[in-house]
Design a binder for this molecule. Structure first.
Ligand code: PEP
Ligand code: MG
Length: 536
């Protein structure tokens, strides 16, 4: 048995598929002769083009013309005789095919990255894609396609980046196991959103389990059993039955209002990352969407989503929620949420860097597209806008200024839109400390305990070694939460919580006592949270 952290409740059983980071180190490849190396290069280029062409064809029907065009653009780039001849020249000079590809692509990446216009800069990430794909081909390191694993798969990886998690098809994945990450890492959040059991921080899991072995994952206690005995299989079946029975019994809270025994009404909302997640919230009795993490619309693609695409996503959610509140958080990029085509510079401390609202305010054209899409979608429902990672009042005022510009531009064009209430996430110590002042600028607060806990305790949410310190139940974090709620109440604005702690049963009584209005949790935790509140 291997031990880790139970990060998404439930039991899963299935066959192991190990996702290994392929690695693109070619330092050990030996130069044979130029002719050989040119043939290797030619073969890799042809294979890449053929695969990309067929991927583009299938994307055309599944994702649309635009996505397909981007891939076809890769083929055009690689058909440029200059690019290939540069690579061949490098080979003539004694480089192995890998180094020739790397050198020439890196040169193009440097040139494109330093361009003034965004469109050219975006081409740098196209070339990065081409370079990595060609290197993988040359090195024979094709990585497993997460989106096409068979049913009853237990996925095991060192870590799942948000974009890897985005490819998971929940009907095929019985459980997720990683070697790193904690309860509030994004892999964990997404696993819970999809209702997939997850055990994280299982050290050595990718080596200890062999591909194809049967694995049981216990997402409650954080245990995994490899090659279970008949007794263990029986035990697993019984636990799963009990779990499903408990889930069934929670259904009586489905259509109930969230009212405490003392008669105080609260609201339990769901957190989502994609429009499809709305169904999960509704099926679990969510009274609204307390956090739409829009960064997932920006991931797993090679260029920014257009205003139209975003409008489509936001209005779909607004319509599906049928008048219930939908809080859309503006792009929270940076930190562990990397979006390669944005070409954000590598930073020493990305969690303290140019991210979230800071990045958006410095890229107003991109920010405006998102804000306009949200306000246009607001015509179809009850949408509110929320700003991530706020640390000072100026950021809120600057965002308001940009929102006013968007409204003026939409009005001028005669485009239908609705002004939205603007809320602030309290997820930095700075925001909590000035929550009295921020409450004068915001229509509502939502406390983001995932980041707030990390920043207050100076402990990384994804580092299992400091898991003990990273705890929302610690006194400094509790004080910040209580203070924020009190300041919101004093100013007469509503206050919710969209961090994972909103579903922490140890915390719920305190949150109710302090006056938290809305609890926004993973869809799978909605009914349990409502039950806990109703029993108080
Ligand atoms: C938070 O920090 O609590 C939060 C909800 O935001 P995210 O987890 O997306 O950083
Ligand atoms: Mg956060």
């Amino acid at each position: 048995m291997l031990k880790g952290i139970g990060a998404s409740q439930g039991w899963g059983i299935g066959k192991a598929v190990i996702i290994k980071d392929a690695g693109l180190d070619y330092s050990k490849v030996v130069f044979t002769n130029a002719q050989d190396q040119k043939k290797r290069l030619g073969d890799a280029v042809s294979a890449y083009k053929a695969e990309t062409q067929s991927l583009a064809e299938s994307l055309k029907s599944s994702a649309g013309e635009k996505e397909a065009e981007i891939l076809q653009g890769h083929i055009v780039m690689l058909s440029d005789p200059f690019m290939i001849s540069q690579m061949e020249e490098n080979i003539e000079g004694g480089f192995v095919a890998e180094k020739a590809v790397d050198t020439v692509c890196s040169m193009f990446i440097d040139v494109f990255s330093s361009a003034d216009d965004e469109l050219t800069r975006q081409r740098a990430s196209d070339v990065k894609d081409i370079r990595d794909s060609l290197l993988k081909k040359l090195l024979g390191r094709e990585s497993t396609d997460i989106s096409s694993v068979p049913p009853n798969t237990v996925l095991i990886a060192e870590d799942f980046t948000p974009s890897m998690t985005g490819k998971i098809k929940k009907e095929n994945v019985a459980a997720i196991i990683t070697e790193t990450g904690g309860v509030t890492s994004h892999s964990a959040i997404l696993a819970r959103a999809m209702g997939i059991p997850a055990v994280l921080s299982v050290s050595g899991a990718t080596k200890a389990v062999l591909p194809g072995q049967t694995v049981i994952a216990d997402g409650f206690k954080g245990k995994i059993i490899v090659n279970p005995s008949p007794e263990e299989l029986n035990d697993f079946a019984k636990k799963q039955r009990d779990f499903l029975a408990e889930k069934e019994s929670l259904k009586r809270y489905f259509a109930r209002k969230t009212i405490t025994r003392a008669g105080v009404q609260k609201y339990v909302y769901g957190n989502i990352g994609k429009p499809e997640d709305v169904q999960n919230v509704l099926q679990n009795g969510g009274e609204g969407i307390g956090l739409f993490r829009t960064e997932f619309l920006f991931m797993d693609r090679v260029s920014l989503p257009s205003e139209e695409e975003q409008f489509e996503a936001y209005s779909t959610v607004a319509k599906a929620m049928n008048g219930k509140e939908v809080i859309i958080r503006t792009l929270d990029v940076g930190g562990d949420k990397d979006i390669p085509y944005l070409n954000i510079e590598k930073e020493e401390n990305p969690f303290l860097g140019h991210r979230a609202i800071r990045y958006c305010l410095d890229n107003p054209e991109m920010f405006k597209k998102q804000l306009k899409a949200i306000m246009r979608a607001a015509v179809y429902g009850n949408i509110k806008i929320m700003l991530p990672l706020v640390t000072c009042i100026d950021e809120v005022r600057a965002a308001k200024e940009i929102i006013s510009q968007c409204e003026a531009e939409l009005s001028e064009k005669g485009t239908a839109y609705k002004s939205c209430e603007l809320g602030v996430m309290i997820e930095t110590p700075a925001a909590a400390l000035i929550s009295d002042l921020l409450a004068r600028e915001a229509s509502f607060f939502s406390i983001g305990t995932n980041d707030l806990t990390g920043y207050i305790m100076a402990a990384d949410r994804g580092n299992a070694k400091v898991e003990g310190l990273y705890d929302t139940f610690r006194e400094p974090v509790l004080r910040a939460i209580e203070m924020t709620i009190k300041n919101a109440k004093a100013a007469g604005i509503t206050v919710g919580m969209c961090g994972e702690a909103a579903a922490d049963l140890r915390l719920v009584p305190k949150l109710v006592e302090w006056g938290l209005d809305e609890f926004s949790v993973s869809p799978g935790s909605i009914l349990q949270t409502r039950k806990a509140i109703c029993e108080l």
